[in-house]
Design a protein around this ligand. Sequence first.
Ligand SMILES: [Zn+2]
Length: 195
Amino acid sequence: MRHVKYCEDQRMPSSRASLLLAVLSLLPAIAGAAEGAHEHGVATLQIVVDGNMLQANLEIPAHDVVGFEHAPSTPGQRAAVETALARLQEPGRVIAPTPDAGCVATTTQVEAAPGRGNDVSATAHAHADDEPSHADFRLAWTLRCAQPAALDSATTGLFTLLPELAQLRVQVIGPLGARALMLARPDSVIEFAAD
Ligand SMILES: [Zn+2]
């Protein structure tokens, strides 16, 4: 009797559990992208949909944003970093979910930029003394969506904003599945549904 009950309990499916599994299965790929060759011309955008919340994380080599990867040392370089951050944070510029979903950004965070004290990626990339260090712009958004059932795609204006950017590596995890896709200039549409 006890054994049977135990089996039944373990068999209970959970959409949250399957989402977690999907996240875990993608983690090695995400970690590899983060600490491996940060490749100039290629940015990474991770999108996680959970209930009515959409979380987006963007990582771009600073080379593709401002043309340098050291801390800004002149007023012009400092202004370039601030201007780039302001443009990246414009609502709907980096990620604009389909209007049908009624998403509104609740938070926008700058996690790293050249010269920012929390730019851990710059130190993380400097593994060997003879390797030039790299730096990334990293930003995160949280959006709340009034109609999450309609969340099946988004558009990005990154290629318009950044002339140096050639490709955007996208990872999407959500109720429609988990998928990885590569956008090439001038693609702007990110489909959330797995093929
Ligand atoms: Zn670099």
